[in-house]
Design a protein around this ligand. Structure first.
Ligand code: 0X9
Ligand code: ZN
Length: 446
C-alpha cells in the first residue's frame, strides 16, 4: 500500500473507532485488563521492609535469611548503606519479623501489601483505546504505561519504516523461547563505519522502568532528531547508536503474565526445577566469581557456563563484531539511582577510572539539570556489592569498551521495582540526559 493511502486508511480507522468507542470500550477494556492484571503469582500480604542492618553480624543474618529463601533482597546488601530492602511473602512475614527482633534489627514497612502496589502500578489502556491510538499514530506505544514486548517491538519497526534514512531494525539473535532480540540502529550521519555506542535495557525482567526509559530515549533521538543531533556544538550525530531495549524478552513477558517479580531469563536448564539464569551473572569476564551462584534456584544463578544463554551470547557476538568502533556501553537497570563503572567482580578499579568517574559525575550533573533525581557515582563493587559475570565488566574487560556504565534508574526505594508508570517520562528524561553525556564523550575518543 502506498504511504498516502496508508495514512488515509489509518485516519478512517481512527474515526471509526472514535464512533464505536463508547459501545465497545466497556467490553474490551475488561479483556485488556484481564490479560495485563492476572499474573498467576499473587503477592497479597507480601511486604517490603526497610531493615536497619548496620553491623556485619546483622548483615550476615540477613544474608542467611536470603539464602534460606525467607526473604528476597531487593536492594542487595550495599556496602556503605545501613539499611537493606527485603521483600517478605505473606506466609513468612511474622516469622521474619520475629527473627529481625532477635538480631535487634529495627525495620520499617515500606509497602504494606505488595499486591495492591502491583495493581496500581500500571494502568493499561483498553483495547479500543489502543486501537484508536494505533490508528492515530501508527503504533501502540505510549510512555504512560508499561507495554508488552509486542508493542515495543512494533514501535521499533514503526520507527524504521517511518524514518528509513535515519534508522533501521535488526535481530541479533533469539531468546530461549524464540523471541527476537531486536536492535534499533540510529545512524544520523548516514554512512556506516563510524564510532558507535551500545545501549541495552531489560537484562533483568522485573526492572520495567529500564525498557520503558530506553525506549523513551530512542523515541526522543529519532522523533526529535533535529533537536538532538543537529545542535551547533553537538557531536552526537557522528555516532552509530545501537539500542536493545529488551535484552530478556522471555523474562519480561513472564513478569507481566505470571510473576511480577521475575528477574532471570526463562532457561529451564534443570528440567522442571528452578528455571532461569541471571543474565547479569552470565557474561564471560571473571564468570562464576564473587556475588554469583552455581545454584539454579538462586536469583543470582550464573548459568551452566559463561554465555550459556542465547541472550548474553547474542549481545557479546554482536558487540564484538563491531570491533573497536564501540566506544561506549550503557546498560540500564533499576533501582537505587546509581551510575556505576567497573569493576563489579571485585572492589578494584580499571586504570582509566578517573575518566570513567569524571564522565560519571557529568552524567549525574546532566540528570540534575533536566530536573531529575540525585544519582550516586562510583565503581560497582565498591559502591554496591561485588557481583561477577556482569555485562559491564565484560564490556570493559573483554570487549575493551572505554566508557562502560551500569545505570540503576529510579527510585531509591519508595516503590523499588514496582515504580508507578507515571515515573516513566521523568526517568526516560534522565536516561536520555545520561546517553547524551556518554555519547559526547564517546564521539571524542580516538
Ligand atoms: O546485581 C546486579 O546485577 C545489578 N543490580 S540489580 O539490582 N539491577 O540487579 C548491579 C550490577 C553491577 N555490575 C556488576 N556487578 N558487574
Ligand atoms: Zn538489574
Amino acid at each position: 500500500m502506498e504511504a498516502g493511502s496508508r495514512v488515509l486508511w489509518r485516519r478512517y480507522l481512527a474515526l471509526l473507532f472514535l464512533i464505536l468507542l463508547p459501545f465497545c470500550s466497556a467490553l474490551s477494556s475488561r479483556s485488556a485488563r484481564d490479560a495485563e492484571e492476572a499474573p498467576t503469582t499473587s503477592y497479597a500480604g507480601a511486604q517490603l521492609l526497610r531493615v536497619n542492618a548496620s553491623t556485619p553480624e546483622q548483615k550476615d543474618a540477613i544474608r542467611r535469611l536470603e539464602e534460606s529463601g525467607d526473604v528476597d533482597l531487593w536492594s542487595g546488601i550495599v556496602s556503605h548503606k545501613k539499611t537493606v530492602d527485603v521483600m517478605v511473602k505473606s506466609d513468612k512475614v511474622q516469622d521474619v519479623k520475629q527473627k529481625l527482633r532477635k538480631i535487634r534489627a529495627e525495620y520499617a514497612i515500606v509497602i504494606n501489601n505488595l499486591q495492591d502496589a502491583i495493581q496500581k502500578e500500571n494502568p493499561v489502556l483498553s483495547e479500543a483505546e489502543m486501537l484508536l491510538l494505533e490508528g492515530r499514530k501508527g503504533h501502540r506505544m505510549t510512555w504512560h504505561s508499561y507495554h508488552r514486548v509486542s508493542d515495543m517491538h512494533g514501535y521499533m519497526d514503526f520507527l524504521a519504516q517511518t524514518y528509513p534514512r535515519l534508522c533501521s531494525v535488526m535481530t541479533i539473535g533469539s531468546s530461549v523461547e524464540g523471541r527476537p532480540l531486536k536492535v534499533l540502529k540510529i545512524s544520523p550521519a548516514g554512512s556506516t563505519g563510524k564510532k558507535a555506542i551500545w545501549i541495552d535495557g531489560g537484562i533483568h525482567a522485573r526492572e520495567w522502568i529500564s525498557p520503558a526509559s530506553v525506549s523513551f530515549a530512542l523515541k526522543e533521538l529519532v522523533e526529535n532528531h533535529d533537536m538532538h543531533f543537529n545542535g551547533k556544538e553537538s557531536t552526537l550525530g557522528s555516532l552509530d547508536w545501537y539500542f536493545l531495549p529488551i535484552a530478556n524478552p522471555d523474562g519480561y513477558e513472564h513478569s507481566h503474565s505470571q510473576d511480577r517479580l521475575w528477574r532471570k531469563n526463562r532457561h529451564d536448564a534443570h528440567k522442571g526445577s528452578c528455571a532461569g539464569t541471571d543474565l547479569n551473572r552470565n557474561f564471560g569476564y571473571r564468570w562464576g566469581g564473587a556475588g554469583s551462584s552455581r545454584d539454579p534456584c538462586r536469583e543470582i544463578y550464573a548459568g551452566r557456563n559463561a554465555f550459556s544463554e542465547p541472550e548474553t551470547a547474542a549481545i557479546s557476538n554482536f558487540v564484538k563484531s563491531k570491533g573497536q568502533s564501540v566506544k561506549a556501553y550503557i546498560t540500564f537497570h533499576s533501582y537505587g539511582q546509581y551510575i556505576l563503572y567497573p569493576w563489579g567482580y571485585d572492589r578494584k578499579v580499571p586504570p582509566d577510572y578517573r575518566d570513567l568517574n569524571s564522565v560519571g559525575q557529568k552524567i549525574a550533573q546532566a540528570i540534575r539539570s533536566v530536573g531529575g533525581g540525585s544519582y550516586t557515582v562510583g565503581s560497582s563493587a565498591a559502591t554496591l556489592y561485588p557481583a561477577s559475570g556482569g555485562s559491564d565488566d565484560w564490556a570493559k574487560g573483554s570487549a575493551r569498551i572505554k566508557y562502560t556504565y551500569t545505570i540503576e534508574l529510579r527510585d531509591t526505594g519508595r516503590y523499588g521495582f514496582i515504580l508507578p508508570a507515571e515515573y516513566i517520562i521523568p526517568s526516560g528524561n534522565e536516561a536520555l540526559a545520561a546517553l547524551k553525556v556518554v555519547g559526547e564523550a564517546a564521539s571524542q575518543e580516538p
